[in-house]
Design a protein around this ligand. Sequence first.
Ligand SMILES: [Zn+2]
Ligand SMILES: [Zn+2]
Length: 141
Amino acid sequence: MSIYTGSCLCGSVTYEAKGEPRWVFECYCNWCQKSTGGAARAFAVFDMGKVNYSDSAVSEFVDKNTEHGFKMVNRFCSNCGSPVEMLVERVPDGQFVPLGTIDQRYAINLNEGRWGELALPHVAFKDGRKVRKQGGSSELI
Ligand SMILES: [Zn+2]
Ligand SMILES: [Zn+2]
């Protein structure tokens, strides 16, 4: 079984994920822009219970009023602020791990985009990437 490891910027939060991510995607929505400060937020989604965190330094912001219409939780390091996990009410069986925090990130293939219609003008979609206009199983761009 694969084991993935990762940490926040300062190293206060570490985690271990067992098994393969079932879904790896990048999201261009405003929630992801705001919560990272960047143009996108990339995730590897593992089955609930497969990712174990060293919880001591993890804080969370529970956003009950997202633009998507369902609750989302941004979990982050209380020392350095790096996002370390997202939980989504609509996907209760998944743990969304920020791809950039995973030690083995270069070996993980990302091939899907979400909320492409909200992408900033400089974002170029790689050839072959499946990019949806919105979330869920919305139409492809
Ligand atoms: Zn940290
Ligand atoms: Zn998003």
